[in-house]
Design a protein around this ligand. Structure first.
Ligand SMILES: Cc1cc2nc3c(=O)[nH]c(=O)nc-3n(C[C@H](O)[C@H](O)[C@H](O)COP(=O)(O)OP(=O)(O)OC[C@H]3O[C@@H](n4cnc5c(N)ncnc54)[C@H](O)[C@@H]3O)c2cc1C
Length: 378
């Protein structure tokens, strides 16, 4: 039998996540939009609310709640602030390879601090020469005694200027087909964040470049087997990365719907609220249909993942559908607002800008179709 209902615990968790987002995140949104990064206070609040601990096993200080819980949290946080959900989703993406591929020593060293939000994680794969084509990246490593020396630069990295625990993908200087993953820490010789991006949307989360100039990484920071780093990075991106973007997209659609319903009920034309106009009702219904369909796709993929089964293909479908739907929802929401939809006092302008940024993050819609077509043809 298929059960499409959330458990009582999951419903309670959703309620708690919503209350947390409204109380602790919503008041910070204007400041984050201005500064382009989350405040220390917000990160502390996320840590105290155990939002970073969701997928970390209990034995390493986490909650071990799994991926449906993570999706619930991200949807609720994104409903209030897509930027905060994005920041949190990439923390989760940085944590995942350590949970899945880390040695016992690495797990003990990094996971308890990450679970508390005392350490902040990210993943650095994308480079100017390789986004959709990660093998096109040029960041390289070579062995030097027990250490590794990394050279190169990474771009568009979420949390670049705030993360202190970075999973970095680099290729063997002597074998360009062999990639390895490393845990690079803030303060390691030869490593520094550089350019900070100013994005069109999700302005409240930090995105930037990382530079590695003869960066010396101890051998014990190799993550997974040497030469198998592509799997370490891609398995995390394929499930946790894309699953996280689904959460961001669902929350944004919910926010678009709520703002549109509110405006449509308040805006009086022809002597009555515009929510009485069938054209407006059709637009609201379109957002709702996509939101419900996207939830089915996303939560199903997360439930498959919670069963310990591979869910990369399911997440590719869900990521494609929900991020495209979020962009459509934001456009509809702006349209429903008429001229007010162009005025920054109205949150739909932020939703519209944020929606654009959902596209490329964790793989573009074109790449999702490539993955889905490969699945269909296999
Ligand atoms: C806000 C934001 C946050 C991000 N955070 C991170 C992060 O934390 N860590 C990280 O490593 N990366 C991060 N990224 C990078 C992101 O993963 C890449 O932007 C994405 O993979 C696309 O790569 P690209 O930007 O180089 O575009 P390109 O790969 O240059 O793509 C250009 C165009 O070509 C199309 N295209 C490419 N290949 C194909 C194909 N095979 N078939 C059809 N069309 C194709 C694309 O769909 C796109 O339209 C982030 C990006 C953004 C925008």
């Amino acid at each position: 039998m298929i059960d499409f209902t959330f458990t009582e615990e999951q419903e309670m968790f959703r309620k708690a996540a919503r209350e947390f987002a409204e109380a602790k995140i919503a008041p910070k949104v204007p400041e984050m939009e201005e500064t382009g990064k989350p405040s220390d206070e917000l990160i502390k609040a996320l840590g105290e609310a155990e939002m970073m601990a969701l997928t970390i096993p209990e034995e390493y200080g986490g909650l071990g709640l799994g991926y449906v819980a993570r999706l619930i949290a991200l949807e609720e946080i994104s409903r209030v602030s897509v930027a905060t959900a994005m920041m949190l989703q990439i923390f989760g993406l940085g944590i995942e390879p350590i949970v899945k591929f880390g040695t016992e020593e690495q797990k003990k060293k990094y996971l308890p601090g990450l679970a508390k939000g005392e350490r902040l994680a990210t993943v650095a794969v994308t480079e100017p020469t390789g986004g959709s084509d990660p093998k096109g990246g040029r960041t390289s490593y070579k062995k030097d005694g027990d250490d590794y020396i990394i050279n190169g630069r990474k771009c568009f990295i979420t949390n670049a200027h705030i993360a202190d625990t970075i999973v970095v993908l680099a290729k063997d200087e002597e074998d360009p087909e062999a990639f390895s993953a490393f845990i690079v820490e803030e303060g390691m010789e030869g490593f520094k964040p550089s350019h900070e991006e100013h994005k069109v949307g999700m302005r409240g989360c930090n995105t930037g470049w990382l530079v590695f100039e003869n960066c010396r990484v101890p051998g014990e920071n190799l993550l997974g087997e040497e030469g198998k780093g592509m799997r370490v990075a891609m398995s995390a991106i394929g499930e946790v990365g894309r699953g996280g973007m689904v959460g961001c997209a669902l929350g944004l659609q919910a926010a678009c719907l709520e703002a549109s319903v509110k405006f449509a009920n308040e805006r009086i034309l022809y002597g009555k609220p515009i929510s009485k106009l069938q054209t407006i009702q059709n637009k609201l219904a379109e957002i709702k249909i996509d939101l419900e369909a996207g939830r089915l796709l996303g939560y199903r993929a997360a439930a498959v993942q919670d069963k310990g089964m591979r869910a990369g293909n399911e997440f590719a479908v869900a990521k494609y559908f929900t991020t495209e739907a979020a962009q459509k929802a934001a456009k509809i929401a702006v349209d429903i607002h008429g001229g007010y939809g162009c005025m920054e006092e109205y949150p739909v302008t932020r939703y519209y800008r944020d929606a654009i940024v959902l596209g490329p993050s964790a793989g573009t819609s074109d790449i999702m179709k490539v993955i889905i077509a490969r699945w269909v043809l296999s």
